[in-house]
Design a protein around this ligand. Sequence first.
Ligand SMILES: [Zn+2]
Length: 287
Amino acid sequence: MIIITDNRCTAYHREGHPERPARIARTVARLEQAASDLDLRWEGPAPVREETLLRAHSADHLERLAVPLDFDADTPSHPDIRAHAGRSAGAALRSLDFGLAGETAFSLIRPPGHHATRDQAMGFCYLSNAAIMALEARARGLERVAVFDFDVHHGNGTEAILLGEPGCAFFSVHQYPAYPGTGRESFQNAFNQPVLPGAARALYRAALEKAFDALTKFRPSLVIVSAGFDAFAGDPLSDAPLEPEDFAWLGRTLGSLDAPLCSVLEGGYSTELPELILSYLTGLRAR
Ligand SMILES: [Zn+2]
């Protein structure tokens, strides 16, 4: 199993912001302890060409990332955020490369991506990593590219960029109502499975199973997983019920698909994040 990371991703932070460097630093430390059990290899991001980003984002958006003005209250500007977001997209693309080569790869880096739209940074996200991967995979000739998003928040950016895109489909299970306020229903190539705040664990699992069935029916030639760990019962940013073993189940279930698979980290803000990621990777390892 391959973990893609870059320690420069811990070099920026806004005081009090939940999307903080320790998310990655603590997970790297935890995975180093588990490295031999999981047979881990460490890799860095791939370089990213501007034209690869421009499939998913406008030129104006890429320019705006270099302007030192906050995007919104959740999404500060940081010195070099354009470079940080670029490395995160590069790590996502590296995980795509490994996934297509038949390896199991996880991009463990920040910032996350699934809320960033073509023209807007929002929700802690600056570049839409999963959409960039999906469009790159299509450009390489893959016919049926799926994004499966189990972050507790709806991946509005991924959905908006891939909506109506031939050969692409988006599957999301998320809390609703919740940030960012989208994902109430399915339309076109977007399969949305909303779950009410405070829902029982069995209900949330049933929603995940439904989304997994829809994913299977799509017969994907590639699965990109937007792996967010904030549907965990102890997460401060949601009111969802999942336990560590549910993330292991997600790993096993997604890993059982007969298609190349690559995962990128989205959210997850509890102190248990390293254990939740470890559970997911342990599940995937059964692949
Ligand atoms: Zn989230």
